[in-house]
Design a protein around this ligand. Structure first.
Ligand SMILES: C[S@@+](CC[C@H](N)C(=O)[O-])C[C@H]1O[C@@H](n2cnc3c(N)ncnc32)[C@H](O)[C@@H]1O
Length: 233
């Protein structure tokens, strides 16, 4: 997969692309990241990328011409996403859907946002990572790229299962334990030591429902019924 990012702050991406699983995804040839500095497409000798809003009001708006030029200069742009708090909420199902694209391009907004005509002309979808406002689209782009990259076949090791993750079935994940068997008076639940895979699976489902009911009751109604989990575990 090719991931293009258009940003005023390209250096912010060097850390995420050079560490851990994203770095391995790139080194392993599963993902190719191209970070485009929007400033290079700014207008005039001052490389201007923003201007005041028509109709008044505070803040600056990212101008359409530099973003259009940056997009049109890409060898391929594929599915174009604008990060914006007014976009559709980005969920695990979106990460899965996006992981099947060959090329995605993320536009990072800044200041008060992006001239609306960029969306009208170039953007396939607007995504928000949550109901809060950040200073720029760089962190949202990193969040989206990270969630998508780990779902590209071959990026995670064979011993890592994504189907047990929180949100995969619409539920939160069951608790995990590792050695030692007892830590500060708290023992690992007996069932996990039993070796009985059917009982372990049942316990995990039960705990996933319990955890979801406690912390995200809104998810329960939309979660896949247990009967439909088969083959997806
Ligand atoms: C300060 S925000 C602009 C907020 C805009 N005035 C509004 O109220 O919707 C600047 C940029 O940060 C990014 N951004 C901020 N919060 C975001 C969120 N929750 N999800 C996705 N992008 C976000 C967007 O790219 C946005 O253009």
């Amino acid at each position: 997969m090719i991931v293009n990012v258009i940003t005023l702050f390209p250096d912010m991406f060097s850390g995420v692309f050079s560490e851990s699983i994203l770095s391995r995804a790139i080194q392993g040839g599963h993902m190719n990241a191209r970070v485009v500095h929007l400033r290079e497409y700014g207008l005039g000798s001052h490389r201007v990328v923003d201007d005041t809003p028509y109709g008044g009001g505070g803040g600056m708006i990212l101008k359409p011409e530099p973003i259009a030029a940056a997009l049109e200069d890409l060898p391929e742009r594929g599915h174009v996403i604008l990060t914006t708090p007014r976009g559709k909420l980005f969920r695990q199902a979106d990460a899965l859907r996006l992981s099947s694209h060959d090329v995605i391009t993320l536009i990072c907004g800044h200041y008060e946002g992006v001239d609306e005509r960029v969306s009208e002309l170039f953007v396939h979808e607007e995504l928000s990572i949550g109901d809060y406002v950040l200073t720029g689209g760089e962190l949202p782009a990193m969040v989206i790229i990270d969630a998508v990259a780990r779902l590209i076949p071959g990026v995670l090791g064979h011993d890592t299962t994504i189907s047990g993750d929180s949100h995969y079935h619409g539920l939160l994940e069951h608790p995990h334990y590792t050695r030692p068997r007892e830590f500060r008076g708290l023992a690992v639940p007996e069932v996990l030591l039993s070796g009985n895979h059917e009982q372990i699976r049942a316990w995990r489902r039960d705990m996933a429902f319990r955890k979801t009911r406690e912390t995200r009751p809104d998810l329960i109604e939309k979660a896949l019924p247990e009967g439909e989990w088969e083959g997806k575990e």
